[in-house]
Design a protein around this ligand. Structure first.
Ligand SMILES: NC(=O)c1ccc[n+]([C@@H]2O[C@H](COP(=O)([O-])OP(=O)(O)OC[C@H]3O[C@@H](n4cnc5c(N)ncnc54)[C@H](O)[C@@H]3O)[C@@H](O)[C@H]2O)c1
Length: 263
């Protein structure tokens, strides 16, 4: 894709999963890619593989070092790093804080640092890896659902505020994707996400399609649009359907505990 050739790109959380697939795809399109990850070894391995530059560390503080590594400017920023803790209001305060910090505030901080450069130039592209949980809601995880709704809201706000000033924004909202994150979500992941899970490379395909078509919402699982419309049209019916899924997960988790106890 022409606009990606030579583009200066940063991908956070790119040492594995969806971020690594995005970094590989951008590099294959001729972009110069900064690979960020908390895990320095993973960041360096992906950077070495694609001829990019590793900038390890927390996604929240990556813009300055990434800009320096790219020779003074950034064209595309992928706010991809995320955490998916389980639980509800009882989840520890630090768990809620980490979800806000990585899933939302890292996006806000990056935009804060990127916008002056982009507005002055009249171009820039902010790509948020959100989740279908940002449009719908994830059974079993309140911190994930709440912060992904917030991440989507922030991406929408950026898009509606700056689209006439040359800033493009995309929100990637997949359902299950075969990564370590999905594998870490236990019974919920197995029952709800795994059956329709796709590969990280398919998420990269969907993003490139959305960039080519100038579409904000990136839905690697097209059926998400239907669920989103159903939720808006009849919230009580949608909530009842989601509650059925919750009950199935509770039932399966109970069965699993009984089997483990019997062994
Ligand atoms: N896997 C799914 O089913 C799925 C579905 C929808 C959305 N997502 C979203 O996609 C994004 C990527 O998830 P994934 O499935 O590829 O996960 P993953 O666990 O495979 O990879 C995430 C990477 O991010 C890194 N990371 C975590 N916190 C970081 C931080 N603060 N700073 C820098 N790096 C950090 C991890 O070290 C890891 O290498 C997340 O935002 C996630 O919420 C995932």
């Amino acid at each position: 894709m022409e606009i990606l050739s030579g583009a200066r790109v940063v991908v956070t959380g790119a040492g594995a999963g969806i971020g690594a697939a995005l970094a590989r795809r951008f590099a294959a399109e001729g972009a110069r890619v900064v690979v960020n990850d908390l895990d320095a070894e993973r960041a360096e391995a992906v950077a070495a593989e694609i001829g990019g530059t590793a900038v390890p560390g927390d996604a929240s503080g990556v813009v300055g070092s990434a800009r320096a590594a790219l020779g003074g400017g950034i064209d595309i920023f992928c706010a991809n790093a995320g955490v998916a803790p389980e639980g509800g209001p009882e989840a520890p305060e630090e768990v809620w804080d980490a979800a806000w910090d990585v899933n939302v505030k890292a996006h806000v901080r990056a935009a804060h640092e990127l916008l002056p450069e982009w507005l002055e130039r009249g171009s820039g592209r902010f790509i948020a890896t959100v989740s279908a949980a940002g449009l719908l809601t994830m059974v079993g995880s309140a911190p994930y659902s709440v912060t992904k709704h917030a991440a989507l809201s922030f991406a929408e706000w950026l898009s509606l505020t700056y689209r006439h000033r040359g800033i493009d924004v995309h929100a990637i909202c997949p359902q299950g994707v075969n990564t370590d994150m999905l594998r870490g979500t236990g019974t919920t992941g197995e029952l709800v996400l795994a059956p329709t899970a796709i590969e990280p490379e398919e998420v990269a395909d969907a993003l490139l399609d959305a960039i080519a078509g100038s579409r904000f919402l990136v839905l690697p699982h097209p059926e998400t649009a239907r669920y989103y419309a159903a939720r808006a049209a009849d919230p009580d019916r949608w909530l009842s359907g989601m509650n059925q899924i919750q009950q199935k997960v509770e039932h399966a988790a109970g069965q699993r505990l009984r089997q483990e106890a019997a062994h």
